[in-house]
Design a protein around this ligand. Structure first.
Ligand code: PEP
Length: 257
């Protein structure tokens, strides 16, 4: 049986300036600097403006915390005002980059095609994409959450070869649960995460599907994380609001304690 190390990632969204970022990462590092620290991989996704500060801290203190960006341009360089490219993120030694977060899809009209181009840009520059997928409330009410989400998986992974896809992280984030306090039940999370793994097996192979980490995201807190993590196809959490409180995020990471 494949063992997948859970990935607990904090998506800070547009919060914490670079000084607050340093204080926050120091708190995380201090609270996770013992053997349990090995139990999960921990990552933070700060705003672009914090990445250099986080890099300096992580490098200087040899912290095991990983970091990444919340978005990536599909282009490498050029006249794309306001965009940040893969080479820039790679230079900052980012490990991860979120692609297709529902807030990007909603406010920046990011389609599956754009997400696919961003997944390709991430791999081109040695970054691991965290591909975010998940349905809105209307789709859920119509009972179409599985098909809708699998279409996003297909779109995001179009033409991605197995050698790359085996390292992808997929975050299932039902839009109705993001930032609303409305958490999916563990069974809801398992239904879609299990279907995503099944689709990976169809697209590639069962062996590859067994390697891929699938996170749940949507109002994860210390009080609900253990039940969600007990599901067989949930391999971590993408945490928004609760990741801004270092103490709470540490409790989420230490869900087994
Ligand atoms: C997110 O931003 O990816 C997220 C899941 O947010 P929250 O935990 O606040 O619902």
């Amino acid at each position: 049986m494949t063992t997948r190390t859970p990935l607990m990632a904090g998506n800070w969204k547009m919060n914490l300036n670079h000084l607050e970022a340093i204080a926050h990462v120091q708190k995380l590092a201090f609270a996770l600097a013992d053997k349990d620290y090995e139990a999960c991989e921990v990552a933070v996704l700060p705003p672009f403006t914090d990445l250099r500060s986080v890099q300096t801290l992580v490098d200087g203190d040899k912290l095991k915390i990983k970091y990444g960006a919340q978005d990536i341009s599909a282009q490498d360089s050029g006249a794309y005002t306001g965009e940040i490219s893969g080479p820039m993120l790679a230079k900052l030694k980012c490990s991860y980059v979120a692609v297709g977060h529902s807030e990007r899809r909603q406010y920046h009209n990011e389609t599956d095609q754009i997400c696919n181009a961003k997944v390709k840009a991430a791999y081109k520059h040695g970054l691991t994409p965290i591909l975010c997928v998940g349905e809105g409330l209307e789709i859920r009410k119509a009972g179409q959450q599985v098909q809708y989400t699998l279409n996003q998986v297909d779109g995001g992974l179009k033409d991605i070869p197995a050698e790359q896809a085996e390292s992808i992280v997929i975050a299932y984030e039902p839009v109705w649960a993001i930032g609303t306090g409305e958490v999916a039940t563990p069974e809801d999370a398992q239904e879609v995460c299990g279907a995503i793994r099944g689709r990976l097996a169809e697209l590639y192979s069962q062996e590859l599907a067994d390697k891929v980490r699938i996170q749940y995201g949507g109002s994860v807190k210390s009080g609900n994380v253990a039940a969600i993590m007990a599901q067989p196809d949930v391999d971590g959490a993408l945490v928004g609001g609760a990741a801004l409180d270092a103490e709470e995020f540490v409790k989420i990471v230490r869900f087994r304690d």
